[in-house]
Design a protein around this ligand. Sequence first.
Ligand code: BGC
Length: 704
Amino acid sequence: MVIPKNRRTKAEIWAVWWKNGYPPYFGKAINSVNIIGIHVIIDNTVLDLNKQKVLSFNRTLDMQHGILKREFSIETDKGIINVVAERFVSLAEKELLAISYTINSSYEANIILKPYLDANVHNLDSNYDETFWEMLGEFEIEESMAILTKTKENPFGAPRFTVAAAMSCWAEGLVCNKTFSKSGYVEMEYSGIIKPNIPVTLEKFSLIFTDRDHAEDALIPRSTRAASRARQVGYSELKEKHISQWLGRWHDADVEIEGDDAAQQGIRFNLFHLLSTYSGEDPRLNIGPKGFTGEKYGGATYWDTEAYCLPVYMSISGQDVAKQLLIYRHIQLPEAYINAQAQGLKGALFPMVTFTGLECHNEWEITFEEIHRNGAMVYAIYNYTHYTGKTDYILNEGFDVICGVARFYADRVHFSKNKNKYMIHGVTGPNEYENNINNNWYTNRLASWCLELFINLCKKVDSSKLKEHDISESELALMNDIITNMYYCEDKELNIFIQHDTFMDKDLMPVSDIPENERPINQNWSWDKVLRSCFIKQADVLQGLYFFNHLYDNETIKRNFDFYEPMTVHESSLSPCVHSILAAQIGYQDKAVEMYMRTSRLDLDNINNDTDDGLHITSMAGSWLSIVQGFSGMRNINELSFAPFLPKEWKSYSFKINYRDNILKVYVTSENVHFELIRGEGLSFKVFDKEYTLKDTLKISLKQ
Ligand code: BGC
């Protein structure tokens, strides 16, 4: 990895805004070509559930097999029409979406089905009718149709890419004798007379190919060929292959809960979405807070990935999958140097919001202030190393990242002559309900910890690495000084860490004092009132105690939890899981379960009244963490250990983890915890501080 030394080009571009250092744009993913559409016309009337008399409607998400099914009946002047529509995005064929659309009529009817592809799409928050696709052409090749589009030119130098969408269809009993196309739109027309009670099915196979994976001139031939091939294979065989892949994904990932259906449905719903969103095949991809289920957060990557998602994928999908997430950041390290440079700082600043590695969010409190995100990158590498026991990554690519982050923090601190301490001013901690604060305990602690890790690693890496990064003794001495003399806000009397310099001067009160009709406060109060209040959006000091759990005792965690949790409104979806895990650790089992239910059913029950913005994909990882790190008490820094309990309302729960080439099943009942080695050579771990070695099975009583 060559670290840019005097690279100013992109940083210079950033000086275009009215205050230097801001990125010139907000980045967002644009909506894809619509490949799911089918127009349905029955006896000259367009099928429209808004207008017709609907007798029944049922939509089912089969999470085990990855199939979405819609069934409905409508009544017309002549009788009843039943429709069963099923679709899946194939796990077996990366680019494929398959739809099966069945119509059954109680009377003879004239049916027209028009499957189409449409690139004339908008984003919900685009300006007026602004679109993002430039249409390059429509194609009809044998039994397939396709459109070719390219993202429009933009003044920000964002990379453009070309996309081909192709489709091919099949309908027994209907004929396709007409096609239609206009700019960015193609359509096939299948028509015929259907007999009473004899169902007719249209199968539609759509594919999206991009020039990220294929040469631009191969996009149309390859995508149309793939569409025709899918048509020949047919829906049922493709569905079987897809299902078998899903069963494979569930095999090691499933969490089973007995005795509480709502809790069971919650975790499976969360795991289904995590497994659908990321599979780790491509290090250029990452996980957005909403995945691709909604436009909020723009499809970009946040610190959520490292802080919440990585430990889950590491356990349920394997270490290679998790490693891809680390590599994603390493690939983007040159851009992280540009981000720091744009702020006039040394080292590397990983972005709060990004697609390319460049920061693409321009709100000062996020862009400049939430510098805690940088430490999450380092923590993820550290966590991965402890979990896998493999040091290769941290001593090579990981070291590059940690070096950049350490240099950034060492430059971002300043020395206060007044207090003879190093300080970090003008930050926003994870609690975004306060901005521009000084000496956020979490940020200072994390920065100092990153420096400490970096100094230790310098003693372990190959000397060529030190040369490559030009690391000098004086630089390390300064970092050491920062570690020794970092300023931390603490309240000696309460014996707790304080969120930042002036937190204790606020009008402190519990969340229970807020009238019910004023919550969530971010939807009811002015932003200014939110910022001046003591209410905490998400774990902040507690986020630090969660990361550095191995460095603090339970009494310290308890004192801080008791102080901060009553003031926490949990209006970030990332909040309840951290509280669930810490509550479980300090013996607040009911609180731990309450927080688990809140995180795992957040979208199913629309708890924060915002599910229509999209699902909270990254916080879904928190549901798994609540069970595994919370209820079973799994920890993996320095050693693997467990301290399980069974929630009162449950009969049992079980999960598997993939730990150092072993697949381990953990099954907890009210009486015992059972460990079973499903694959691997065997391993040692602690349960309630006692050492065990697992070769096949182990049963340990919880009644000691
Ligand atoms: C949280 C951030 C998080 C973002 C995306 C915000 O509400 O405060 O910590 O990164 O959502 O999930």
